[in-house]
Design a protein around this ligand. Structure first.
Ligand SMILES: NC(=O)c1ccc[n+]([C@@H]2O[C@H](COP(=O)([O-])OP(=O)(O)OC[C@H]3O[C@@H](n4cnc5c(N)ncnc54)[C@H](OP(=O)(O)O)[C@@H]3O)[C@@H](O)[C@H]2O)c1
Length: 278
């Protein structure tokens, strides 16, 4: 597969945030469990991207996977979201920062392209700014140069997405957001994505929705199918068209999360969970 081919997008992503020196080992476990999509970021504050690269190198070396089997996603993070361990020169302009961050990601991951390159979050919480437009343009140039196949935006509101498309910008292939059940599981953004063929990636599906995991309806479905409430939530997410992320550190949970694909929930059950909290 050449770097210009459109990648096959997996139905689950393994997230590598907050694992520090366990990043390599846990990413290897995730690949062994069957994950083929890996999410990381060139943001040393929350991710150890080089540790992901070490896991990939070990997995290639053992013959577990090849680069072509994998969907690798990383992110460009503005300086405001970083600590002192920056992957670019902070005095450089934004186009240079994006290019430097991308070069460093490719080095960390031991690859000449990523399958998805994501803007970690807009520069402001309230609007799609001129800085975001500049960064998005450069991300498109990185894509066109073959260093990324697809592009995404994370931590983005419906109004920011609307502003983004109103500027005439090319829409993202992915939106990656924290998904709160109390906001209808990010209903407005999901609808925006569904209308435009954008794949919605949901994170914090468990940690942002602890009440839902304890809800008697969800617990009852889990009991009926002899699975965990977490698996019910992941099956729900898959059924409504979401690409879920899990960052579990527990090998048994890794297996359970992937096994949630085999659960069957009826349309009525999906609808009940969809409106369970908002
Ligand atoms: N774009 C962004 O700004 C952003 C922000 C946050 C996260 N992310 C991405 O999303 C990934 C996932 O993060 P997250 O916020 O969703 O949290 P997470 O790291 O997936 O944490 C899930 C929590 O739920 C627990 N858990 C219990 N049962 C589980 C089960 N069956 N499966 C999975 N977890 C189970 C886990 O504990 P155990 O470890 O014991 O299983 C863990 O404490 C991150 O690694 C990162 O890649 C992106």
């Amino acid at each position: 597969m050449t770097s210009s081919a459109r990648p096959r997008v997996p139905d689950f992503l393994y997230g590598t945030a907050w694992k520090e020196d366990r990043t390599q080992g846990l990413t290897e476990r995730a690949l062994e469990a069957g994950f083929r999509g890996i999410d990381t970021a060139n943001q040393r504050r929350h991710y150890f991207e080089a540790g992901v690269g070490q896991a990939l190198s070990a997995a290639y070396g053992s013959g577990l996977v090849t680069r072509a089997d994998l969907f690798l996603q990383t992110k460009f993070t503005y300086q405001a979201g970083q600590d002192h361990r920056l992957p670019y020169d902070p005095s450089a302009d934004l186009p240079t920062q994006v290019a430097q961050s991308m070069r460093s990601s490719l080095e960390h991951l031991g690859t000449h392209y990523v399958d998805s390159y994501v803007l970690h979050g807009p520069a402001s919480a309230y609007a799609w700014t001129d800085d975001d437009s500049v960064v998005w343009e450069v991300m498109m140039r990185e894509r066109d140069a073959g260093r990324a196949r697809l592009l995404g935006v994370s931590n983005v509101s419906l109004s920011q997405l609307e502003q983004m498309v109103m500027t005439g910008a090319e829409p993202p292939t992915f939106v990656q957001n924290r998904c709160f059940a109390r906001f209808g599981w990010d209903r407005g953004v999901r609808q925006f994505c569904a209308d435009r063929g954008i794949v919605y990636q949901g994170f914090s599906l468990l940690t942002a929705n602890r009440d839902v995991l304890r809800d008697p309806f969800v617990a009852g479905l889990a009991d009926r199918d002899r699975v965990t409430p977490a698996q019910v939530i992941f099956r729900f997410a898959l059924t409504i068209g979401m690409l879920p992320l899990t960052g579990t550190s527990d090998p048994e949970h890794m297996t359970q999360d992937l096994a949630s694909r085999d659960l069957v929930l009826s349309p009525d059950e999906i609808q009940t969970i969809e409106s369970i909290a908002g």
